[in-house]
Write a protein that binds this ligand. Structure first.
Ligand code: IMP
Ligand code: MG
Length: 182
C-alpha cells in the first residue's frame, strides 16, 4: 500500500483501490451537470443526503449542481458491524424540510440489497414531493425488486464490500478519498 494510505488506515490492509479519487471526481461532476439539467431552473430542488454513507458524496455532488437548491439529511441504518444487510431498516432522523411540492433527489452512497430504498421511498412519497428521484454513487445490481430504480448511478459496483468516500466498515475507512475493497 501507498504510504499515504497506510497513514490513513493505520496499516490495515485494503484489497485494492476500485475507484480512484480522480475517477470519482470526474463522475460526480457529470452527475451534477445531469441533475442540474433535469429540473426547471425556477422550481424548488431539495437534495436529501442519506447519512452517514453519503456525506462526502453529497458534499461533492451539490457543489457540482449549478442551480438553486437546498440540502437536508436523513439517516436510515440497516447495518451494524456486519457486512451483509440485515433487512431491518431503522429511520433514525427525519428531514426537517417539508417535501411537499418540491423536487426531491435522495442521494445514497450505495444500493446493495435495496432494503433501504424499498423502505424509504414509500415514506418519502407519502409526503407529497413534486417528484422523487434517487441518485446513487454506487449500485451493486443485486436486486430486481427496487421500489424505485435510481435515475442517476455513478458506477456499477463490484459485488465486494467497499469502503472509503463515505462508506464504512464498522465506522472505519469513511475518510478515505478513494473507494477500495476490503
Ligand atoms: P441496502 O439497504 O442493502 O441497499 O444497503 C444500503 C446501505 O448499506 C448503504 O447505504 C450502505 O450504508 C450500506 N452498504 C451496502 N453495501 C456496502 C458496502 O459494500 N460497503 C459499505 N457499506 C455498504
Ligand atoms: Mg454503513
Amino acid at each position: 500500500m501507498h504510504a499515504e494510505t497506510v497513514a490513513r488506515t493505520g496499516g490495515r490492509e485494503l484489497k485494492r483501490i476500485v475507484f480512484t479519487e480522480q475517477r470519482i471526481r470526474e463522475r460526480v461532476r457529470q452527475m451534477g451537470e445531469e441533475i442540474a439539467a433535469a429540473y426547471p431552473p425556477d422550481e424548488e430542488l431539495l437534495v436529501l443526503g442519506l447519512l452517514k454513507g453519503s456525506f462526502i458524496f453529497l458534499a461533492d455532488l451539490v457543489r457540482q449542481i449549478r442551480r438553486p437548491l437546498q440540502v437536508d439529511f436523513l439517516s436510515a441504518a440497516s447495518y451494524g458491524g456486519a457486512t451483509v444487510s440485515s433487512g431491518d431498516v431503522r429511520l433514525l432522523y427525519d428531514p426537517e424540510a417539508s417535501l411537499q411540492g418540491r423536487h426531491v433527489v435522495l442521494a445514497e452512497d450505495i444500493v446493495d440489497s435495496g432494503n433501504t430504498i424499498n423502505r424509504l421511498v414509500p415514506l418519502l412519497q407519502a409526503r407529497s414531493p413534486c417528484s422523487l428521484e434517487i441518485c446513487a454513487l454506487l449500485h451493486k445490481r443485486l436486486t430486481t425488486h427496487l421500489a424505485r430504480e435510481p435515475r442517476w448511478v455513478g458506477f456499477e459496483a463490484p459485488r465486494e464490500f467497499l469502503v472509503g468516500y463515505g462508506l464504512d466498515f464498522s465506522e472505519n475507512f469513511r475518510h478515505l478519498p478513494f473507494i477500495a475493497s476490503l
